[in-house]
Design a protein around this ligand. Structure first.
Ligand code: HEM
Ligand code: HEM
Length: 182
């Protein structure tokens, strides 16, 4: 469990598992979207299937993480931080939660609008909306820009964490590193 000062083991494991998963999904998404559509070659199709499957896994983990976050104490930020930095840090965390849901749901909606089924490790998930070409194109754009927003927030968040560790030399990064509570 979290305490008022520290993140607990579950929060730490979920943080890093999801960090790796979301970065991998973003890199894979950008890479596969750049592959030529001509003939819709097999590699592109295979990568899209993996992207969708692991994207749904990210949605499941986001639900678990939100439940854990709501049912746990929220560790305090470094006391000496100016208010604007505290507000920005909490705002970025909130945006991450929004993106952890908005990205996979927009992907799922996009596939439904194109009538392309979504599978979760062999199990077919229901379509969320009926076939509609216009909505499909719109959702492709929405999904893409949410992905770019995620990249921006990751750079900001990771940059701030490294600055805390190497320049301010406080315990911000240490408290979320594996081993800090093990
Ligand atoms: C947290 C989870 C996810 C992340 C971070 C993510 C991220 C991305 C990114 C960055 C792209 C590239 C956009 C571009 O440059 O055009 C992309 C493409 C795509 N994503 Fe996701 N995605 C996630 C979940 C999903 C899910 C759950 C589905 C479907 C069930 C999905 C379906 C797709 C498809 C079909 C494309 C290719 C769109 C195209 O260009 O035609 N994604 N994703
Ligand atoms: C996709 C990537 C990432 C996401 C979505 C993410 C999300 C979050 C969220 C939502 C929190 C608040 C605690 C919680 O509710 O779990 C958090 C805390 C934190 N993250 Fe990340 N994170 C990512 C990557 C990183 C990386 C790469 C670093 C370090 C280089 C990092 C360092 C930290 C630190 C130090 C905290 C603790 C902040 C504090 O409470 O003082 N994160 N992260």
């Amino acid at each position: 469990m979290n305490t008022e000062q520290d993140y607990g083991t579950v929060a730490i494991l979920l943080h890093w598992l999801m960090a790796v998963l979301l970065v991998a999904l973003t890199v894979l998404g950008v890479y596969m979207s750049g592959l030529p559509d001509v003939g819709f070659d097999k590699i592109k199709l295979t990568l899209i299937v993996y992207h969708k499957e692991y994207g749904i896994l990210a949605l499941g983990l986001a639900l678990l993480r939100l439940a854990w976050r709501v049912g746990n104490a929220l560790p305090a930020l470094v006391k000496e931080l100016p208010d604007w930095q505290k507000v920005t840090a909490r705002f970025v965390h909130l945006c991450f939660y929004a993106l952890m849901f908005a990205l996979p749901i927009s992907g799922w909606l996009m596939s439904s609008a194109a009538s392309i089924p979504v599978y979760f490790f062999g199990f077919r998930l229901p379509d969320l909306i009926p076939h509609n070409e216009y909505r499909f194109q719109l959702l492709v754009e929405v999904h893409k820009w949410l992905g770019y927003a995620l990249i921006g927030f990751i750079l900001l968040h990771a940059g701030a964490a490294l600055r805390h560790h190497f320049i301010s030399r406080d315990n911000t990064l240490k408290k979320i590193l594996p081993g800090s509570r093990l």
